[in-house]
Design a protein around this ligand. Structure first.
Ligand code: B12
Length: 140
């Protein structure tokens, strides 16, 4: 089975860390290689590390409720970088504060360039399915 090189990151404002530890261990358990950039990662640093590491997948975790707003800035910067224009990009966690229209916000992030937006209520299944389908495609 093809395994993925994953860059795992938080958004710039997000200082929560156990989400990142959890996801790092989980993705490793699924057989992937993970570079965990940690909390509060400035977008420019994320782009620089991704250009160096050339990951198969970038996973953004947000739990402080600012994922919808910071995700937009992130995706514009990542998609604006030629080397990362097609790199699969996922965001998930507690993306909002509960005040926004979550479905509309998720659709906006998808339209802006995220390949998958996983809301808290949907758990980790969508991420697993997405990664498994990436592995299957790579084997063909
Ligand atoms: C510990 C904690 C803190 C600690 C963090 C310490 C540390 N080193 O991590 C401190 C005190 C610093 C903190 C600060 C804040 N926190 Co806080 N914190 C928590 C708390 C109690 C536990 C979080 C935790 O560690 N969970 C364990 C990990 C393993 O689970 P998780 O984070 O939920 O991640 C899971 C999912 O979200 C999901 N997931 C996460 N990312 C991704 C990505 C993808 C792609 C996918 C598929 C899934 C996924 O998978 C993970 C595993 O199941 C939660 C409340 C709670 N009980 O959840 C609040 C909570 C996350 N915090 C919250 C808030 C608002 C804040 C502050 C803004 C508070 C403030 N006013 O200052 C600040 C923000 C600081 C910042 N700059 O980010 C809110 C977020 C609300 C929201 N998003 O709707 C929560 C939910 C509390 C609440 N009920 O209001 N916090």
């Amino acid at each position: 089975m093809h395994r993925l090189n994953v860059v795992l990151t938080a958004t710039a404002s997000d200082s929560h860390t156990w989400n990142l530890m959890y996801l790092e261990l989980l993705l490793q358990e699924w057989g992937h290689t993970v570079t965990n950039l940690g909390p509060c990662v400035p977008p420019e640093l994320l782009v620089r590390r991704c250009r160096e590491l050339v990951p198969d997948l970038i996973v953004v975790s947000s739990v402080n409720g600012l994922g919808f707003s910071e995700g937009g800035e992130l995706v514009r910067l990542i998609r604006g970088c030629a080397e990362l224009a097609d790199t699969p990009l996922v965001i998930g966690g507690k993306l909002g504060t509960g005040m926004e229209d979550q479905t509309a916000e998720a659709e906006r992030l998808r339209a802006e360039g995220f390949d998958l937006v996983v809301m808290e209520a949907h758990g980790l299944g969508p991420l697993r399915e997405f990664m498994e389908s990436m592995c299957l495609k790579a084997m063909r």
